[in-house]
Design a protein around this ligand. Structure first.
Ligand SMILES: NC(=O)c1ccc[n+]([C@@H]2O[C@H](COP(=O)([O-])OP(=O)(O)OC[C@H]3O[C@@H](n4cnc5c(N)ncnc54)[C@H](OP(=O)(O)O)[C@@H]3O)[C@@H](O)[C@H]2O)c1
Length: 217
């Protein structure tokens, strides 16, 4: 299996490092190809850098590790290539106001997950994942004992199987928060299951189980 990671910033580079450490093949792309190339060289033979188009085309799963505005542009551009792919979306509806304060960029009640899922072509397998911790915590908590949980949200069985495999390969415990309707629960700034909604806590499976008890997850 090959995973394309589009975006090699805070989240994309952490996901790439963890997956390669777990023995997964990754194909990296960024706006500036030299950024993807530099990371691929650091990660060694399981990683290579290419264009966004080639990365998506050659992958089974695609992590869209870019900001929501960029996702809104990338999906229409590469729609034909995304049809059979597992599409993994870590985005948060986050921006910054004039004074640098974090603000929500979508109306209350609307999740980035619902926006991204609705943009995808029929046949794409959507899952919200890899954005439930801050980037520093994601980078620092692989293979912790007890394992740290990464929540995911999907309505798609194939996407669930793939993301569970990738989360385990990355050194975390997967935990389903629910379907796409629950995506907002695992997004910052307001989601109750996002690290920020858990007062900074990096949940283990006991915490995840109690936090989702009764929600049908
Ligand atoms: N940072 C966090 O703590 C955190 C936590 C959870 C979720 N998230 C979410 O994760 C996503 C990525 O955040 P980040 O902090 O990793 O962002 P980032 O550090 O700013 O990195 C963004 C990456 O996207 C690439 N990019 C931008 N436009 C592109 C395009 N048109 N085609 C290909 N690549 C493009 C950039 O390429 P270049 O390298 O060439 O500039 C860069 O590598 C966001 O949706 C964010 O909400 C972030």
């Amino acid at each position: 299996m090959t995973t394309a990671i589009v975006g090699v910033g805070n989240i994309g580079s952490a996901v790439a490092r963890h997956l390669v450490a777990g023995g997964e093949s990754v194909v990296l792309a960024a706006k500036d190809r030299s950024h993807a190339q530099a990371l691929a060289e650091e990660l060694g033979p399981l990683a290579r850098a290419t264009s966004v188009e080639d990365a998506i085309d050659g992958a089974d799963a695609v992590v869209l590790a870019v900001w929501l505005d960029a996702i809104r542009e990338l999906i229409p551009e590469y729609e034909r290539l995304l049809k059979d792919k597992v599409v993994i979306d870590p985005s948060n509806p986050i921006g910054f106001d004039a004074s640098g304060q974090v603000m929500r960029t979508l109306p209350d009640g609307e999740s980035a997950g619902s926006v991204v899922a609705a943009l995808l072509p029929a046949g794409a397998h959507y899952v919200k994942a890899f954005g439930t911790l801050g980037a520093d915590a994601l980078a620092a908590n692989a293979h912790r004992d007890p394992l740290a949980v990464l929540f995911y949200a999907t309505d798609d069985e194939a996407a669930a199987i793939t993301i569970e495999r990738l989360i385990r390969a990355a050194g975390f415990e997967p935990w389903k928060a629910g379907g796409v309707a629950a995506a907002g629960r695992i997004e910052a700034p307001a989601g109750d299951l996002h690290q920020y909604g858990l007062n900074g806590e990096v949940a283990d499976i006991g915490r995840a189980r109690s936090a989702t008890a009764g929600s049908g997850a």
